[in-house]
Design a protein around this ligand. Structure first.
Ligand code: B12
Ligand code: SF4
Ligand code: SF4
Length: 257
């Protein structure tokens, strides 16, 4: 079943109608009640939802990573507001995450399994800039990657891309979290390229300030709206983005070590 689900995801992304292109997705399978996810509240905070709140008989969390292309990633690697292609990719990848997650649920249900999206928990509250469901921790539990200083989850295909996850009662041979850090700073004490390009100083070797980061996103919204757009209504006016810390970095398109 793992192979069938992985092939299903790859084919779905390959055929998805959009201007954006994605590299081959990665798929991982985390044990819903295993060591990592049973401690998710200790690892993150007391409000984080557990897979069993999504479906009571949860066995597995299927996590996927949708890696952006080199062209998209490098196109966003200059100072200033995000590139227009980055803004389009943001919107189209949000749609893809939703559509693909629903398609995985349907795929599983057709074969008699329970499955559901963690959607009631994934959006964040403006006051705390935190959600009750971390796709990144699901992917980390599924062995897809480790957290970089830039706060992105770095996979073997890098960190420039997006995550999604689905909960099911399908039991499989679960993947294990990676044991070795993939961030150059965390492993070797070198690099810090992400911190040096961050426009607000939100990223530091000793931590990340989500409110400073959000200021950069809001500032970019103003910058972005001053430019003429040619994207046929694909990007709404209130789009606030950045992503400089995951564009053009040694960890953007591949694991740097
Ligand atoms: C809230 C939110 C924001 C907030 C706060 C971001 C933040 N880093 O906290 C704001 C609006 C500022 C924001 C900005 C961005 N975001 Co955002 N955001 C989210 C959202 C909706 C929820 C994140 C969350 O609160 N999760 C709950 C917390 C508990 O988990 P976490 O943040 O995933 O994990 C952190 C902590 O647990 C901690 N951590 C890790 N290990 C450990 C261990 C211990 C012991 C402890 C205490 C903590 C700890 O570090 C982790 C990373 O910050 C997610 C989608 C989702 N639902 O997952 C997208 C998401 C995180 N965003 C994403 C992106 C791409 C961005 C931007 C690049 C914007 C853009 N698209 O241009 C920037 C990048 C900022 C950055 N460097 O992190 C992607 C990240 C993809 C990736 N490759 O990792 C996500 C996963 C969306 C997606 N579907 O792919 N975002
Ligand atoms: S740019 Fe360097 S320090 Fe920053 S997350 Fe990537 S590897 Fe780590
Ligand atoms: S998204 Fe931009 S502001 Fe936020 S941490 Fe990354 S580089 Fe800094």
């Amino acid at each position: 079943m793992k192979d069938a689900i992985t092939s299903f995801v790859k084919e779905y992304v390959d055929k998805y109608p959009a201007e954006t292109e994605w590299r081959t997705p990665l798929v991982g399978f985390a044990e819903a009640n295993g060591e990592y996810l049973s401690k998710i509240r200790q690892i993150t905070d007391a409000n984080h939802a557990e897979p069993r709140q999504v479906i009571p008989d949860a066995e597995t969390v299927i996590a996927f990573f949708l890696p952006f292309t080199e062209e998209l990633c490098m196109g966003n690697a200059k100072p200033g507001a995000e590139s227009q292609a980055w803004a389009v990719a943001y919107e189209e990848t949000n749609n893809l995450i939703k559509d693909l997650s629903c398609a995985i649920v349907e795929f599983l249900k057709k074969q008699g399994w329970h499955a559901a999206l963690p959607d009631p928990y994934t959006n964040y509250e403006e006051e705390v800039l935190r959600s009750r469901w971390s796709h990144r921790h699901m992917a980390a539990a599924a062995g897809l990657g480790t957290f970089g200083i830039n706060q992105m989850l770095i996979t073997k295909e890098g960190c420039c891309g997006r995550y999604g996850s689905v909960v099911t009662n399908l039991p499989v041979e679960w993947d294990k979290p990676l044991q070795r850090e993939l961030c150059l700073y965390k492993r070797l004490g070198t690099c810090l390229r992400c911190a040096s390009v961050c426009p607000t100083g939100a990223l530091r070797p000793d931590g990340y300030d989500r409110f400073l980061c959000n200021e950069a996103l809001c500032r970019n919204e103003e910058l972005y709206n001053q430019e003429p757009h040619v994207y046929k209504g694909l990007v709404p006016q209130d789009t606030d983005l950045c992503g400089k810390c995951s564009s053009g970095m040694p960890c953007s398109l591949r694991a740097p070590i």
